[in-house]
Design a binder for this molecule. Structure first.
Ligand code: SF4
Length: 325
């Protein structure tokens, strides 16, 4: 598999002669294929990149001076083990922090290998949360009770409107085949809108409309969309009353009953940089096009209070939920 950490893990067929990679192909079997992109198929260039580190190096100059010398693997392992034991015995196991997340190392050697090693050596301190998308995890857990809560990618083919919000699946696929299904959905007539500060490859390739937004202001725009939907009674109150709790308080906040500040598109415009008319249009389109998919990326949630972006998007989805087929 490709371990590029884009959320894909596509299939790679690596041709090797005398221990050297000569060619990389990908899935060419029956659809749906786990078909790799150009980045995955160019993995050979990464493996043989001239500036890739192939052996342990030890600093010999001052820090920042950039002077290193090659050492053996035995010396590297002995040094690391000796220092781990010294720090553990001097300051206690809690003084060792394991700041690892996913990526190539976990694909090759298992995520838990280092945890296991340090646990057997007396314990360690681990970071809190998920470095990639803790805002999304938190929002999903408090709202849905689980973070396994989205439809499979093939369900995009049933959508007539797809909003890619802060997500560029052309570079961060988050599941093989995402772009394949997006392309098919577009060919089948689905309208695709990208809300993103950047004109991404996905916006260039798939989107009928690109709505640039000031980074970190996504929640304000989602609230303003909710304002339009509530004001124009485009939301499904029966569904909300039957299957959710808390919408009345959300509505009070959005409409300004709680703090005297209605979260209108005009309120959101100077915050987000998105024209009020664009916000109104998107709110109406999302509320009246069925079925619609609001696909939220994890980047907008990587901000202060980023979980509110995810919670707002979940709420918007619930506001039209029962209207989907
Ligand atoms: S989509 Fe991601 S996992 Fe798949 S081949 Fe490309 S970089 Fe690798």
């Amino acid at each position: 598999m490709c371990a590029s950490h884009c959320g894909g893990a596509c299939l790679l067929k690596v041709h090797v002669r005398d221990g050297i990679i000569t060619r990389i192909e990908t899935d060419d079997g029956e659809e749906p294929q786990l078909r790799g992109c150009l980045r995955g198929r160019a993995y050979r260039q990464r493996v043989y990149a001239p500036d890739r580190l192939l052996y342990p190096l030890k600093r010999v100059g001052q820090r920042g001076e950039g002077r290193f010398e090659r050492i053996s693997w035995d010396e590297a392992l002995d040094t690391t083990a000796r220092e781990l034991l010294r720090v553990r015995d001097t300051y206690g196991p809690a003084s060792i922090i394991l700041a690892q997340m996913t990526g190539d190392v976990c694909s090759l050697n298992n995520f838990g290998a280092m945890d296991r090693l340090l646990s057997m050596a007396g314990g360690y301190t681990s970071p809190w949360g998920v470095t990639s998308f803790q805002g999304g995890v938190y929002a999903s857990l408090v709202t849905y009770g689980t973070w396994f809560c989205s439809n499979t990618r093939d369900d995009l083919l049933n959508s007539r409107l797809i909003i890619l919000w802060g997500w560029d699946p052309a570079s961060t696929v988050t599941g093989p085949n995402t772009c394949w299904y997006l392309a098919q959905a577009r060919e089948a007539g689905a309208r695709i809108i990208c809300v993103d500060p950047r004109y991404t490859d996905s916006a260039a390739t798939f989107a009928h409309q690109w709505i640039p937004i000031r980074p970190g202001t996504d929640t304000a725009m989602l609230l303003a969309m909710a304002h339009v939907m509530i004001r124009e009674k485009l939301h499904d109150q029966a569904f909300l009353s039957t299957y959710t709790v808390g919408f009345d308080r959300f509505s009070d906040y959005v409409m300004g009953a709680e703090d005297g500040l209605p979260k209108t598109p005009r309120w959101a415009e100077p915050i987000t940089g998105v024209p009020a008319a664009t916000i109104e249009q998107l709110a109406r389109e999302y509320a009246t096009t069925r079925p619609a998919a609001l696909m939220t990326g994890i980047a907008p949630g990587r901000t202060a209070y980023g979980e509110q972006y995810h919670r707002a998007a979940i709420t918007l989805a619930a506001m039209i939920s029962s209207q989907r087929v």
